[in-house]
Ligand binder design. Sequence first.
Ligand code: PMP
Length: 395
Amino acid sequence: MQFADRLNNVETSAIRELFKLLGKPGIISFAGGFPDPAMFDVEGIREASNEALTDEPGGALQYGATEGYGPLRDQLSALMATKGARVQAEQLIVTTGSQQALDLLGKTMISPGDKVIVEGPTFLATIQCFRLYGAELISAPIDAEGVKTDELEQLIAQHKPKFVYLIPTFGNPSGAMLSMERRKKVLEMAVRYNTLIVEDDPYGELYFGEPPPPSMLALSESVPGSRELLAHCGSLSKVLSPGLRVGWMIAPAELLAKATMCKQFSDAHTSTFAQATAAQYLKAGRMPAMLLNVRKVYAERAAAMGRALQQTLGDAVGFTQPAGGLFFWARLTGAGGKTQDAGDFAKKAIEQGVAFVPGAPFYAAQPDMSTFRLSFATADVAKIEEGVGRLGKAL
Ligand code: PMP
């Protein structure tokens, strides 16, 4: 077979290879990026899908508009308003997961050789997707407060990227939360350098204590000119159900029109049945109570994981306790002569019956081999304690 040249830039992810090992019986997995299926509001979704079929069966089962199902766009506009962002229904399109929004951004914005700045580390599928379009990825360093804005500014000035891709709130894999001050700085930079910023925000609702700072989309109202340089990707995957494949993108009109055109050739539209179900679910008003429970459960699991890591691994591992999201991002310090290679550690951990993902694949450049990602979302507190105990034996 003679495949397209663009495939030369990507390979199947190391994580997929690792996932093949997860079938081993008895393994405790901190490797996935999935929400806990036990927390899906099955009853609520059943009612919503029934309503969708009763209310407007034609709309729910017929082809639909590429931009999205009208009632869902209205509900998403209302949802964004509750989070402080004024967005008209026409200013967003529904996408098949936010993954498709990222793909559409790649398709509409990236020509081979274009530079794109991403965080180091960042979401693996974004790295792969942008590379597929031929992007040259530049990695901007982060700390617990998200991307380091001084370094980011230097990189923007030096590379003049096509855009900057950030996961400002409880990043995957970093768990980091971009501070209020830095959010504003990034928006000011967008204006100063006339650079598009992409805000990917699937985790913002999964906070454990105080809510995070407003999204950059919400803040853009207070930084003149920045809204026209901002694309925002949202998703119901981590708060309702990833299987529904409902995400959305808010972007300047010109960009949204091009993305919509590309979506037309891609999947025509996101499943109308899924969209109508999501619209009914949001309309029924079940989301706030459901989220309260999800936040509580994940907060307990995150606290348990932090405690267990501290007790079991001590100073051999460094991490910042995440304030939301699904992940711990940790680093092997080498203390006590223990290994600093997270790849070796992952292999030994599998032998002990616990899985996680080494950090290297999450870097577009200069990987830090000592890093790794642990998800606390799908194991209960007892499993988390048992799993971290096994990590202790593997180190
Ligand atoms: N962005 C980030 C940062 C993610 O972690 C994910 C899912 N893991 C996505 C986008 C895609 O999610 P979905 O397509 O299910 O909305």
